[in-house]
Design a protein around this ligand. Structure first.
Ligand SMILES: *[C@@H]1O[C@H](CO)[C@@H](O)[C@H](O)[C@H]1NC(C)=O
Ligand SMILES: *[C@@H]1O[C@H](CO)[C@@H](O)[C@H](O)[C@H]1NC(C)=O
Ligand SMILES: *[C@@H]1O[C@H](CO)[C@@H](O)[C@H](O)[C@H]1NC(C)=O
Length: 248
């Protein structure tokens, strides 16, 4: 029975001490005065004899169970204080890691945003070709160039990362006499797909598209075949577009 009382007393005191620590963040040194003032509150200099007796009983019990209850408390308090500091340090560490991961993810996502679209003519309309050799077309009227992988001066798209890319070309042939319009989508040096039209009447349209697996640094562009022409004006008939479907 006495053992049980002791354990209860210790438990009560410990809970109280921990509570004080959590509420007020008291240091180890502050806990003792705090406890004695609590004692005073429970034993005010008044006429309540019953209370005084109870309180005296408690003190006796404390002394019987734990001769150095304050030392034990100070030890417990020190442990709690230390654990609190540890938790704070961990919290700070976690926050820092969280911020770092978010920044890295954002960087990765930005790297993966690759899309461009451009029409052939920037200002005045007209026909390009025919020439005696194939030429690389430079689509100057750029609508979008997210990730800057397309170069409007050279007409060349360069893959910034390995992945599956979609490309599309659309051509319009127009002029006063009959001729053919032929362009190829080229990967590195190799022709991949053709868009072709034989203009019998006034105009001809053709288009094609392809999904390509590109390594970093692979280039994709459009070539106009020798002896063929292509037309464009402010209506943006002839276009070249591409975008990353997904990285690999
Ligand atoms: C004595 O105690 C009674 C009840 O506990 C209280 O009402 C009274 O005011 C007290 N008297 C003094 C002088 O403190
Ligand atoms: C080709 O497409 C243009 C629009 O880009 C259209 O005006 C023209 O009529 C089309 N020509 C033919 C032959 O379909
Ligand atoms: C062609 O592109 C230019 C420049 O982006 C734009 O001002 C114009 O409205 C476009 N023409 C058509 C028919 O969409």
């Amino acid at each position: 029975m006495k053992g049980l009382v002791c354990v209860l007393l210790l438990l009560e005191t410990f809970v109280f001490a921990v509570q004080q620590q959590l509420d007020g963040g008291l240091s180890e040194n502050e806990i003792s005065p705090q406890l004695s003032s609590e004692d005073r509150r429970q034993n005010p200099p008044q006429n309540d004899t019953l209370r005084t007796e109870t309180s005296t009983d408690s003190q006796q019990n404390y002394q019987l169970c734990f001769p150095d209850i304050h030392a034990a408390l100070r030890e417990l308090t020190a442990i709690v204080t230390e654990q609190k500091a540890n938790i704070r340090a961990l919290e700070t560490q976690l926050k820092e890691q969280h911020t770092f991961i978010l920044e890295e993810l954002n960087k990765k996502n930005e790297e993966r945003q690759i899309a461009f679209s451009a029409a052939l003519m920037q200002t005045a309309g007209g026909t390009i070709g025919p020439f005696t050799a194939d030429i690389t077309l430079t689509y100057r009227n750029v609508f979008t160039n997210i990730g800057n992988a397309y170069n409007r001066i050279t007409g060349i798209f360069t893959a910034p990362l390995k992945g599956a890319y979609m490309f599309r070309v659309s051509l319009y042939g127009a002029g006063s006499h009959s001729t053919r319009s032929t362009v190829f989508i080229v990967k590195n040096e190799e022709r991949v797909v053709v868009a072709h039209g034989h203009q019998a009447g006034y105009a001809v349209n053709s288009s094609n598209g392809v999904v390509l697996l590109l390594e970093v640094g692979d280039v994709v562009y459009v070539r106009l075949s020798s002896g063929r022409w292509i037309y464009d004006d402010q209506n943006n008939h002839s276009t070249f577009s591409g975008y990353l479907l997904f990285p690999l």
